[in-house]
Write a protein that binds this ligand. Structure first.
Ligand SMILES: [Zn+2]
Length: 274
C-alpha cells in the first residue's frame, strides 16, 4: 500500500508541509480512480443481475480490478491536446463522440462481440464520416482504455463542443428484445432538453431507415454522460447483442458502417436545422 511505504521512509518530522500535501493527495486520487473502475464494473454486473444472486462473485471480480489500479488511470493525453488545438480552428463545428466503456470495463459481451470494442469501432467510423463532411471531431477515447465518466463529460464541456453523442450497445437476460433506442436527459435547462430530444429524433429516424432495425423510440435516461454535459447530448443504444439476429447484424462490418454513416448524417441534418 502507498501510505505505509511513505511512512516507512519518512518520519512526520522530516516532511515539510509543501511535500506532505501532495503525498496526501496522491493516494486520495488513486482511491478515487479505483472507485470509478469498480463502480463501473459493478454497474455492468448489476445489469446482468449477477450482483443480486452472488455477492461473493462480485467481490471476486472487483479485487483484480482494484489491483490493476496500481497502473494509474490512463488519461488520454492526445485527446486533450487535440481539444486545445481544435479551439484554434475557426468555422468548423466541434462534435464529441464518446465510445462507451473501455479497458477493464468491457460492457456487455456475447460470443465474439464486446460492447467496448463495437462502440469504439462505431465511434471511429462516425468520426471519419463527420470529418469527410467538414466537422471537427474529438473521440473521448481512441483506444481500448478505461475512462471515468467525469473525464468523458469534462472533455465535452472543456472544449465547448457543439454536441455530445455517446455510443453503446444493449443486452438483456432474454434473447428477444431487439432494436435501437436513444436516450436524452429531460431535466435542467429547457433549451438543452428540447435540443437533445430533437437531435435524438433526427438520428434515430435515420438509423432506422438505414439499418431496418426496430424503432424502440427516444427515451428519457438519467445517465451521467447525458446529464452532466452542458450541450445537447444523447446516448445511443445501437442494438441488442443478446438478440441472435441483431448479434449477427452487428458482427457484419457493412451493417456497422451503414449505422455509423446514418449517425453522422443525422448529426449533420440536426446541425443544419439548428
Ligand atoms: Zn453500455
Amino acid at each position: 500500500m502507498f501510505i505505509p511505504i511513505v511512512f516507512q521512509h519518512f518520519s512526520f518530522s522530516c516532511i515539510s508541509i509543501p511535500t506532505f500535501i501532495p503525498l496526501c493527495i496522491a493516494p486520495i486520487s488513486w482511491i478515487g480512480a479505483c472507485f470509478e473502475r469498480v463502480k463501473s464494473r459493478a454497474l455492468t454486473l448489476a445489469k446482468f443481475k449477477i450482483l443480486k444472486h452472488n455477492r461473493y462473485k462480485f467481490l471476486f471480480l472487483c479485487i483484480p480490478i482494484a489491483a490493476s489500479c496500481s497502473h494509474s488511470t490512463q488519461v488520454d493525453q492526445e485527446m486533450y491536446a487535440a481539444a486545445s488545438t481544435s479551439k484554434q480552428s475557426q468555422g468548423k463545428q466541434l462534435i464529441v463522440i464518446d465510445a462507451g466503456h473501455g479497458g477493464d470495463d468491457i460492457g456487455a459481451q456475447v460470443k465474439n462481440i464486446k460492447e467496448k470494442t463495437l462502440a469504439l469501432q462505431t465511434a471511429t467510423l462516425v468520426k471519419r464520416y463527420l470529418h469527410e463532411k467538414g466537422y471537427r471531431v474529438i473521440l473521448t477515447r481512441s483506444r481500448d482504455v478505461f475512462l471515468p465518466l467525469k473525464k468523458r463529460t469534462a472533455i465535452a464541456n472543456d472544449t465547448k463542443s457543439k454536441l455530445f453523442v455517446s455510443i453503446h450497445f444493449n443486452a438483456y437476460k432474454s434473447t428477444q428484445p431487439h432494436g435501437i433506442e436513444i436516450y436524452y436527459y429531460n431535466r435542467g435547462s429547457k433549451w438543452r432538453q428540447v435540443a437533445s430530444k430533437k437531435l435524438a429524433d433526427t438520428i434515430l429516424h435515420g438509423m432506422i431507415e438505414a439499418t431496418g432495425a426496430k424503432n424502440r423510440g427516444v427515451k428519457y435516461g438519467n445517465f451521467h454522460v447525458i446529464r452532466e454535459t452542458y450541450m445537447p447530448a444523447i446516448l445511443i443504444e445501437g442494438g441488442f447483442i443478446t438478440n441472435p439476429k441483431e448479434h449477427s447484424n452487428l458482427s457484419d462490418k457493412g451493417y456497422v458502417e451503414k449505422m455509423a454513416k446514418s449517425i453522422a448524417v443525422g448529426i449533420e441534418q440536426y446541425l443544419k436545422k439548428a
